[in-house]
Design a protein. Structure first.
Lengths: 375, 375
């Protein structure tokens, strides 16, 4: 029953592109009443709504750490209180909550808002796009954050770049994937543009809240799923019901997060408090990214050596097929309207330059290291 | 005359390992008198000595940005003033200056202090070691920064991890390198452990201040040099006298920076001000790294398409030769004393785990992207 319900829902709505992780983390409880802001002795109470469950590893805990830090750095003048998805508003409504002033801040990922404009995708993750370092570079020193700010200005919101998760894993499969034909009719959980790519290849793509993925995989309602990477995936225990873990993840090579601030609230802050908030978010871009990197390395070790997970590399044929479909999906999205086209063109030009340098730098070094590691 | 002088100096002292970049940026002027700290209305004046010339791109400008930010976030209570190398103390003495309380903060790279303990190398860069993301992960979530703090405690100094430059380029050569024999007798400028590797392979390794590299290369006194990467290298104009630009740089795959704080000064700061300084440094770890990534991509494009630079990939034979020599050099250094051995073992274990994950994640994605980029 339950199974049929979510599958039919997914089929009806198609992939709620970008909304995936959001929905995955959203709780269905009714929003609680928020405390009224106390404006005494210059103390500002700032509500930070998030798209995550309470203390969700990396994402939820990062939001709490950020809030605590802003409070400490402002000597208690900025009291930031974190609300998990559903506590104050449903996770999908956190952008609107900040836009409308129901909350002062939000903590999420921009591809959740692609229903407002397809351009939002480029500030989060693009299949076969840029990795975390390349994306940070475009956001902070290229035109990324400028364009993002221009876009958000229409909604009375000021955006900040937040931590990336790094390259995500390709996903979990109950059976080995032998050829592209195996994707035809495959029931797979994948959000956003990546999901659109699999759909182009003949898969039945569904979107499920995180808590529903494991039972669905166990029951065979879905044949596979992606989530984040070794650290977060280990926590959900997917290895218990799907032994084949594929790499690399073409669909989300970075997944850069965001913090949004209500524009009126932002303008009303002192230069000191603005700088505290901006620096705290940028600090998290280092800390949380490093946490994903560090804990994923350990979790990968545990998955393979403790839980008997079978690692599989997608074949060249598959990676080529994903690439061709991704190029089509991204170009379609990128040409939907003039502003999105401006962002798409800018992103693609930065990507081409970044690839040129990565090939010689990061990629060149890592490949040389791999080639010689055993000697 | 001048040429002979620095070459004989280099020969006499061998590679002043680690000291290279330092010396490269140091100015020879006599230290100026520092302003006396003004302690009025709770305002603290903090002197930040650096190992860089004034406003040196990325490194010097990053120090100024950091100082300004700490001042803004503390609402002017912490007045941080940056001193270029040589202004207050010679660059090589900036660690001692913080240790002895002549300056409150310093901004540099830990391998400069390897004369005090070989362990300092592991918190900066190790040939064939970890890339920037892997090193950040070890420093912040593994034992890196803990061990670094333990080491610095002996000197009354509290260390912080600062931005990485990312993978450096292999370097500039006047002639193409055909085989390992070409390294025998090659006069090459390379600092630190990387220089020791080339020395093992028969090169005559010299260390030169940045400003002296170009004339030496032009005069043929040296056959080649490494510096940082496309962005910083373009500024020095090496392409005018050495056309062959080699990749990848095995010698400094990350080069993570540091900020040091005098321990008594640190202990005397409020929790608020401690958090402001820590967050500002971590924010710079995002911003400055992204600046290197972004500007190197553009500079690489200019070097190739505007300045006719010939890119060359080190052959497999060379990369294997570098690796074998690097493994020996690093093991020798790593076993010099019990504390260094503890750091070396910890670094190598984290490196092995990080490589396992990078191979599937960052490296796996980038290789798949390269393979399909032209389709």
């Amino acid at each position: 029953m339950k199974r049929r319900k979510f599958l039919s829902g997914a089929a009806a709505g198609g992939v709620v592109a970008g909304a995936a992780l959001l929905a995955s983390c959203g709780k269905e409880e009714a929003p609680k009443q928020a405390a009224a802001p106390a404006i005494s002795e210059g103390i500002k109470e700032l509500k930070m709504v998030t798209t995550w469950p309470k203390n969700f590893p990396g994402l939820g805990t990062g939001a709490e750490r950020l809030a605590q830090r802003i409070t400490t750095m402002s000597d208690g003048k900025l009291q930031v209180k974190v609300y998990a998805g559903g506590e104050l508003v449903p996770p999908f409504q956190s952008f609107d909550a900040v836009s409308e002033g129901k909350a002062e801040l939000s903590h999420g990922v921009s591809y959740y808002w692609q229903g407002k404009s397809p351009a939002f995708n480029f500030f989060a993750a693009v299949p076969y796009g840029m990795n975390a370092a390349e994306h940070y570079a475009w956001m902070l020193w290229g035109d990324g954050l400028k364009l993002y700010t221009e876009l958000c200005d229409n909604f009375g919101v000021v955006p900040f770049m937040r931590a990336s998760t790094g390259v995500q894993m390709g996903g979990w499969y109950r059976k080995e994937m032998k050829s592209m034909d195996d994707f035809k009719g495959l029931k797979f959980r994948m959000p956003g543009l990546g999901g659109e790519v699999l759909r182009k290849l003949g898969a039945t793509v569904v979107n499920l809240p995180g808590g529903e993925i494991f039972p669905a995989l166990q029951a065979g309602t879905i044949d596979g799923t992606e989530w984040v990477g070794p650290w977060n995936d280990l926590a959900f225990g997917f290895y218990k019901v799907a032994k084949f873990y594929y790499w690399p993840g073409f669909h989300e090579p970075n997944t850069t997060g965001e913090v949004l601030v209500n524009k009126k609230v932002w303008s009303g802050l002192s230069k000191q408090h603005q700088e505290i908030i901006a620096a705290a978010i940028q600090a998290e871009s280092t800390i949380e990214k490093a946490e994903f990197d560090y804990k994923s390395a350990d979790a990968l070790d545990a998955l393979i050596n403790k839980h008997g997970v079978q690692l599989r590399q997608y074949s060249d044929e598959m990676m080529r097929g994903f690439y061709q479909a991704a190029a089509e999906v991204v170009a379609e999205i990128g040409n939907k309207d003039p502003f999105t086209k401006k962002v798409y063109d800018n992103f693609m030009a930065a990507r081409a330059r970044a690839i040129g340098w990565s090939k010689l730098g990061e990629q060149g070094f890592m490949n040389a290291r791999s080639a010689n590691f055993k000697t």
